[in-house]
Design a protein around this ligand. Structure first.
Ligand code: SF4
Length: 337
């Protein structure tokens, strides 16, 4: 196994007027070279905070990475890097694309200059060479008439094209890890598929590892190799995409899977909508964070945090239902095939 990234016991808090919000608690995972790992969960589950922590992009303060956390990129501890080392890491080694390209692109700057900027900073190219490379990158992300379009401003591109430009900026310096934070949420379904296909093709060509952050399990089905399911700042289940889709065992994973539209067989059944809200991360967590919304909740779930159970080398979850003395429960109807 060739791990490019290893995250251990990551804890991230934000200090607010109301108190300490523990946004990420004890998160551990690894990323292999060339693979795609998805972080999946509802808004506020800590997936974006986790992803941003990998590049130290959460503002510190009010953010704070808790003691005992470790993020190792190619064996180097990111949490001990100097400001200069972090600057070199961002964009050149690890880069990120965001959900809404309109807020990430500078509306007053030509597209070509925006791509060239990171090449000048990280690859030390001169302006002329950087613009040439910017044109190549626009061709790589399949934007027609690239030579002409590098002189255009963001508002002259459609939503899908803007997201392609963001991908061009993120991949311009050939980073080893690309973090894609809800990269297709703002796009309609056909464009979504095109952007994901493009990312997959470029990943193979450049051997980039991808961390895909999304609330939508449907998006990751054909895209990710492995999935971390997050809830209330913790990973509640992790496994290969196959394990999560066909052998997922955590009630929260079941709820997410039940809300994915199906094209075959069970398509006529109503999609499931999970009632309730996640716990308040300002308050101390006692027991399982999913207890207040879980249909299978038992007494112990409210009192003690469930331990991690390994189901295979790649598949694990934290749920009291895996305890030998727990009652046997069936998957919800909608997930039975
Ligand atoms: Fe539900 Fe209990 Fe499992 Fe939590 S530990 S997911 S409350 S059954």
């Amino acid at each position: 196994m060739d791990n490019i990234l290893e995250v251990k016991n990551l804890g991230v808090s934000f200090h607010t007027y109301a108190g300490e919000v523990k946004a990420v608690r004890g998160v551990s995972f690894h990323l292999e070279r060339g693979e795609t790992l998805a972080l999946v969960g509802e808004s506020g589950c800590g997936k974006t905070v986790t992803a941003k922590s990998l590049m130290r992009l959460n503002p510190e303060p009010p953010g704070e990475i808790k003691e005992g956390s470790s993020i190792k990129y190619e064996g180097r501890e990111v949490l001990e890097m100097s400001k200069k080392e972090l600057k070199e890491l961002r964009g050149a080694e690890i880069s990120m694309i965001f959900q809404d390209p309109m807020t990430s692109l500078n509306p007053t700057m030509k597209i070509g200059n925006q791509i060239a900027e990171s090449l000048i900073t990280h690859m030390k190219l001169n302006k002329e060479d950087a613009l040439k490379k910017a044109t190549e990158m626009l061709k790589t992300v399949e934007i027609p008439e690239a030579e002409k379009r590098i002189k255009d401003y963001p508002h002259e591109f459609s939503g899908g094209m803007r997201q392609r430009v963001m991908i061009a900026i993120a991949l311009a310096c050939n980073p080893k890890i690309l973090i894609a934070d809800e990269p297709t949420t703002a796009l309609d379904v056909t464009i979504q598929a095109q952007v994901l296909d493009l990312l997959k093709t470029l990943q193979k060509e450049m051997n980039t590892s991808i961390i895909l952050v999304t609330h939508d399990l449907g998006v990751v089905a054909n895209f990710a190799d492995r999935i971390n399911v997050m809830y209330a700042g913790q990973i509640v289940e992790q496994g290969t995409t196959r394990e999560i889709f066909y052998k997922g065992e955590h009630p929260y994973t079941w709820a997410l899977l039940s809300s994915v539209p199906r094209l075959h067989g069970e398509s006529k059944k109503e999609l499931y909508s999970l009632p309730g809200t996640p716990p308040d991360l300002l308050l101390p967590l006692e027991g399982c964070p999913f207890a207040s919304r879980c249909n299978y909740c038992m007494q112990i779930c409210r009192e003690k945090m469930p331990p991690k159970t390994e189901l295979s080398e790649t598949h694990s979850l934290a749920c009291w239902l895996k305890h030998p003395s727990a009652p046997k429960v069936e998957k919800p109807d909608i997930l039975r095939r």
